[in-house]
Design a protein around this ligand. Structure first.
Ligand SMILES: C[S@@+](CC[C@H](N)C(=O)[O-])C[C@H]1O[C@@H](n2cnc3c(N)ncnc32)[C@H](O)[C@@H]1O
Length: 241
């Protein structure tokens, strides 16, 4: 099983599969495949160690623990990763410290206690969430007053570039079912739950990511989207009380 280094183009007649099935196959190679979207997010995310130090942190849609392992290095008070995929969590368990809790659950219904988090990370998961308002409501339920949630994902314009999220299983390409939320819909859903948007970044790929495309023999795909926003990174804060 291999996965695309970035978004694939929709193959004619590509079969649609749900996220759980896709990540069951993708989990073993998720971390070993260079992905320019994830690389860009890591490069531009304005996260400082102090944002997590001594805080109760939850990573919704934690996957294989890409952010969990970085946050561990920031000395949080507690750290919990939530993901619906058992296969992805198995990878996270190998990578994370034993103090990091991992929970298999829907990120819109985590069953974690009310007001148990100071900070939430939700990276590349929102477009798999079928009920955006429920996701925003869950974040509002989990966060304490003045809490922060960092939401990042493939930019909604990605569809207009012909991008689709794809995985290859036994040499066949499958499209992963996603929701097409606009940034306006995300911001409105978060506002509805009392969140304030404090920062929004919509970056383009740079030379570092161009190199990932080049190594994958996909320079033409880079040229197609050069100077276009390819991901977004949004910081919302919860009300003070
Ligand atoms: C693209 S991966 C991102 C993983 C990780 N956040 C990262 O950035 O590397 C998407 C993850 O979201 C998870 N996921 C999809 N829908 C979910 C849901 N409704 N609740 C919890 N996790 C979900 C998948 O299992 C997968 O691990």
């Amino acid at each position: 099983m291999t996965s695309t280094a970035t978004q694939g183009k929709r193959g004619i007649g590509a079969k649609l599969i749900d996220s759980d099935e896709a990540y069951r196959h993708w989990a073993p190679t998720y971390d070993s495949t260079a992905n320019p979207l994830l690389a860009l997010e890591q490069r531009i995310a304005p996260l400082a160690k102090g944002m997590f130090q001594g805080k109760d942190v939850v990573d919704l849609g934690c996957g294989t623990g890409r952010w969990l392992s970085r946050i561990e290095a920031c000395a949080p008070q507690s750290l919990t990763g939530v993901d619906s995929s058992e296969a992805m969590l198995r990878q996270a368990a190998q990578r994370c410290q034993t103090a990091t809790r991992l929970k298999q659950a829907d990120c819109a219904a985590s069953e974690l206690p009310d007001r148990s988090a100071d900070c939430i990370v939700a990276s590349f998961v929102v477009s798999y969430v079928t009920d955006l308002q429920a996701f925003a409501g869950e974040a509002a339920r989990l966060l304490r007053p003045n809490g922060s949630i960092f939401v990042s994902d493939v930019h909604p314009h990605g569809r207009s570039y012909g991008w689709r999220r794809t995985v290859k299983i036994a040499a066949e390409s499958f499209e992963i079912a996603t929701e097409d939320y606009t940034l306006q819909q995300l911001i409105a859903a978060m506002r509805e739950e009392g969140f304030l948007l404090t920062e929004l970044i919509e970056p383009c790929f740079g030379p570092q990511e161009r190199e990932i495309f080049r190594r994958a023999g996909k320079s033409a795909a880079y040229n197609d989207v050069e100077a276009k926003p390819v991901i977004y990174w949004a910081h919302f804060t919860s009300a003070s009380e």
